[in-house]
Design a protein around this ligand. Sequence first.
Ligand code: DGL
Length: 271
Amino acid sequence: MIGVFDSGIGGLTVLQWIRQRLPQADLLYLADQAFAPYGAKSSALLQQRCDCIADWLIAQGCTALVVACNTATAHCVDALRDRLAIDIIGVEPGIKPAALGTRSGAIGILATENTLASSRYQQLASRFNPNTRVVNQPCSGLADAIEQGPDSPQIDTILARCTTAMTAAGVDRVVLGCTHYPLVKDRLQGLLGTRVQLIDTGEAIAGEVARRAGAAALGQGTTRLLTTGSLARLKQLISAYPQLCTHFQASQCEAAPPLTSKAQTSGSSSA
Ligand code: DGL
């Protein structure tokens, strides 16, 4: 069984590709909506949540994990890999395909403030300087607005603010550096224009999962979607976003039990 998690519904944009790519895999998804958003939380708090979630997914029988969240990957994936003996696949903003594909020489990265501030991201971005101009745009509040549903008025306001610098810089590739953002891809494309190509790494990550999951990908093809937040809300969001209701159903949703972490009960610091 493969365990996949995110702060909320964003990781479902990765899960949809994993589901298509690995039809036999049993997939257990955890949306940590009680703790969302992750974008402005401290690194220590994020590590605590990732530890809890990873331990819980492993206790359910997962033998491979996908951190379907750029923010959690940026801050926590190394520590998870050091502590846990199973395959852990993370996600990161697709700077490489953007930098290789740009003709204008300028690319934009949309991500949470936490992702952009992480040393992991800064190292990744530094590999593509000085040949490419990288416009880093923190999208404060966007993942949270997306979690409010497609009709949230905040979505368009934040998108308009976040695309201004991109357009001014003449970018021709924009990286969706948060797994929530593919849910507003069409609106972003409308603001940026068709000259700009949006880069979403969901399909490529599913390819990586397929290469690395091994026996974890062999099962009955079940999909379970659990939330630490409101079950009714998760069901509602799945039916409200067209990209989600094409791939998932409300009947696959369940409430998650309270999570505890072996990392914390064995005394590791959360300060
Ligand atoms: N989906 C997430 C990411 O890829 C987290 C967004 C958030 O919770 O702020 O970064």
